[in-house]
Design a protein around this ligand. Sequence first.
Ligand SMILES: [Zn+2]
Length: 281
Amino acid sequence: MPEGDTIFRAARTLNKALAGQTITRFETQLPHLQRVHDTTPVTGRTIESVTASGKWMTVRFSGNLILLTHMLMSGSWHIYQTAEKWQRPRYDMRIVIGTEKFDAVAFKVPVAEFHTSESLASRQGYATLGPDLLAEDFDERQAAANLRAEPDVEVAEALLHQNIVSGLGNVYKSEVCFACRVNPFCKVSALTDEEIRCLVSTARKFMKANATDTSGDGITTYTGFRRTTHRADPRQRLWVYGRAGQPCRRCGTPIRSRKQGRDARVTFWCPECQREKFTEF
Ligand SMILES: [Zn+2]
């Protein structure tokens, strides 16, 4: 699943290529989008902006029309120069937004909807997004308060709830808990204010560091040694994610992994650095 920083980078690239351009071609395999295009054509409109909010991407067109997409597990947006060969097969194409110089192509996006600014403001899951970790005006206190409001949820699960903070995915979840020495399976109610602050600010720090990195999609949170080659396994640049059985980079204890939560997403942690808190008798 793409994390928020990946979507952020994709939106920035699309925005650079498309903002201000006139749409010369619109194609879609999705009947509900085609119907809107048939009655109120997308072709001829200007692209105002492409932005990311958490894991959502919005393309705003002139005339109060907005395309909202969510990548979930499988979707991606590519940008090509007109007539350039696509890197994915045509049958995976769902949407093409063509301009004079560029084609933006959405492959296998599972969620794609047209909205007006009014309908978008009440769109479930979008309108209720928590503070966006990559937003300029990210509200750290609101994010902390949102976490506190879910005392019975396990920490690593809570970090994935997009109504608490938006943008964080499964890789960062484990990395952030490790960085703050918080056991990912403890309930939010067991956290101190200091730990909550650490989780929120570290989540933002990791996301921002990766959103400005233009070297690729690999997530980097561990920079204990400088990498000189991009051929290395991206997991070598992480503290715990994907490192089950390997020694903790802090204490040498083997990293553990276990499925967690409703969606059984795998969590990685160091049982020594992130000890569970025991009630004292
Ligand atoms: Zn450790």
